[in-house]
Design a protein around this ligand. Structure first.
Ligand SMILES: NC(=O)c1ccc[n+]([C@@H]2O[C@H](COP(=O)([O-])OP(=O)(O)OC[C@H]3O[C@@H](n4cnc5c(N)ncnc54)[C@H](OP(=O)(O)O)[C@@H]3O)[C@@H](O)[C@H]2O)c1
Length: 224
């Protein structure tokens, strides 16, 4: 089985690469900067900023094989919690990384995805991107930035749009990883990135055919 993981240099992406390789997957790990390391066991590391067009290095690392799973994990948050301080540019930047990034990867890798027997795109989302939950005030008072909320809601809509266009060919899921003890994780973080990555690796072998699907790694489906 072959997976591509973006944002693999640290945090959840790095843990996911470890867990996938440990479970016997071949992995193309995309990092944003630095020299691409040579192959490390089942892992091949390439440089790919998701704000840029998908490069020849990544395409060559995937090669002609079918790509079983694309995990669009790279993501950014932003400051700007209230109307007075939010910089509109921060929204454009977050949408570029969190929405256009997964779109670029899906476009470039679609021919390899459809060559796999049961391909899946996982967009690493957030429960904070749920329009229904946010509209119901479930996260009121958390002070999440405009850029994060707007971009994760838009990323969820991208997941739905991809799922509808690729129905019967590629399943598309939006996955909330839990509240992780990473640089992005807040003070209430209660899950290590490796715990969450183990859960996602188990989920990847699920035969569940639903698409689109929005779920949390710490328990069940979420409302869009
Ligand atoms: N942590 C949480 O509690 C939590 C909760 C819900 C959802 N999530 C989601 O989970 C995913 C991973 O988060 P995390 O907690 O692991 O965050 P993190 O520790 O801040 O790591 C973010 C990763 O994204 C990469 N990245 C940022 N901009 C990029 C770009 N333009 N191109 C390529 N890579 C880029 C970073 O690369 P560099 O090292 O080069 O900066 C880093 O590897 C994100 O999508 C996040 O929204 C996290």
């Amino acid at each position: 089985m072959l997976a591509v993981v973006t944002g693999a240099g640290r945090g959840f992406g790095a843990a996911l690469v470890d867990c996938l390789a440990g479970a016997g997957w071949d992995v193309v790990a995309c990092v944003r900067a630095g020299a691409a390391a040579g192959p490390r066991g089942r892992v091949r590391t390439v440089v790919q900023d998701v704000r840029e067009p998908v490069g020849a290095e990544l395409l060559a690392a995937v090669g002609e094989r079918g790509l079983d799973v694309l995990v669009n994990n790279a993501g950014v948050g932003a400051p700007g919690r209230g109307l007075a301080e939010v910089d509109p540019q921060s929204i454009l930047h977050a949408v570029d990384v969190n929405v256009a990034g997964p779109l670029r990867l899906a476009q470039a890798l679609l021919p390899r995805l459809v060559a796999a027997p049961a391909p899946l795109i996982v967009n690493v989302s957030s429960r904070l991107g749920s329009l229904s939950a946010q509209a119901a005030g479930e996260f009121a008072g958390r002070g999440t930035s405009y850029a994060y909320r707007v971009s994760k809601a838009a990323q969820n809509m991208l997941t739905i749009a991809l799922a509808q266009e690729l129905a019967g060919r590629v399943r598309c899921w939006a996955v909330h990883p839990g509240r992780l003890t990473t640089a992005m994780g807040g003070p209430g973080a209660d899950t290590t990135p490796h715990e969450a990555a183990d859960r996602l690796v188990r989920l990847l072998s699920s035969p569940d055919q639903r698409s689109p699907r929005y779920l949390s790694l710490d328990g069940g489906d979420l409302r869009w």
